[in-house]
Design a protein around this ligand. Sequence first.
Ligand code: PLP
Length: 390
Amino acid sequence: NFVFPSRLNGFESEGAYSVMIAASELERKTGKKVIRLEIGQPSEPTPKHIVEAACKSLQAGETGYTLPLGLRALREEIARHVTETRGVAVLPEEVVVGPGAKPGLFFTALSILHPGEEVIYPDPGFPTYKAMAIIAEAKPVPVPMRADGKSFDMQALEKAVSSKTKMLILNSPNNPTGGVMPTEDILHIAKLAKQHNFYVIADEIYSRLVYSDEKPPSIFSLPGMKERTILIDGFSKAYSMTGFRLGWAIMPELLTKKMEPLLVHAVGCTPPFVQAAGLAALRGSQDSVQEMAKEYEKRRDLVVKELNSIPGVWCPVPEGAFYAFPDVSSFGMTSKQIANILLEKGMVAVLPGTDFGANGEGRIRISYVAPMDMLKEGLKRIRETLATLS
Ligand code: PLP
């Protein structure tokens, strides 16, 4: 009889992986194709010049251990990129490279949080936020998002801030809502952070995928915020490099010194040929990023229009990332039940909103990264399956 440590109470996997497994199993059993709208990874291949850079690096024998915080050249390139895109000077010494953006989140939590301190994060929100608070023995404090998915319910946020608040996670564009936080709320959160002396983790992994005319600033670039913000970003989404495992975090240099041993013991280093691919991504043409964003905007328009024309469904317009988060509560079932029916009857995989927190009840997350024809077929199946429920 194995007893798990209480430290892991409430520490769960990501729903996306469970649905991925269930959908693959269903395909195997039925021999039919499930339309896969559950996972958050671009369907486009990684741009050729990036793949070639990884191959060249491998062929040149760059296959050994390397510096735990990342290759100097890549840290310099990331510092240049962040300085340019966020409009604040960043030094290479403030850059931590890791295998994905996730280690940046996780190890930041482990280096900053004391047991019992509170972590505010969006509900619905990316499941890693709760997990990282739990593993650091801090208290997860989910704060509801507004129905339009753009921002926290600001009144609820004000109430959630306490003398124990150590960290607030701001994810804009947001996963799963696709919402882009308005400038006034970003300014307000910066004010709260300074007043109550907490850190902000700005998870900007979808920052290159914003479709609105107004592009709100990064909280990192506001006066007095660089020193209390850990900026998280990476290559997975913008360059279609999810499986490469490459991301970065920007933080005060002092904090990088604490991150270093965490990286050393947990992962050692990020593979050098993967970092070579990252260098090529940042140094090379950015056309593919822009083309991908344009294509996603088209898919977004289609998805929102189609979903809103299905009786009983309401879908706010997501202004970023590649997710739609429609309300399906009118069918009188839980989001998990709806997602199961869509998978089993409709052969279309989506995620229940509750995979992202209790406040996601009544919603499902649709990832519109699939190619247009597959997306159209998926939406047709959603329409037909939901019609059998009303
Ligand atoms: N942050 C958010 C909000 C995400 O949605 C994801 C991936 O789904 C990540 C971070 C992790 O990205 P990476 O693949 O770089 O670890």
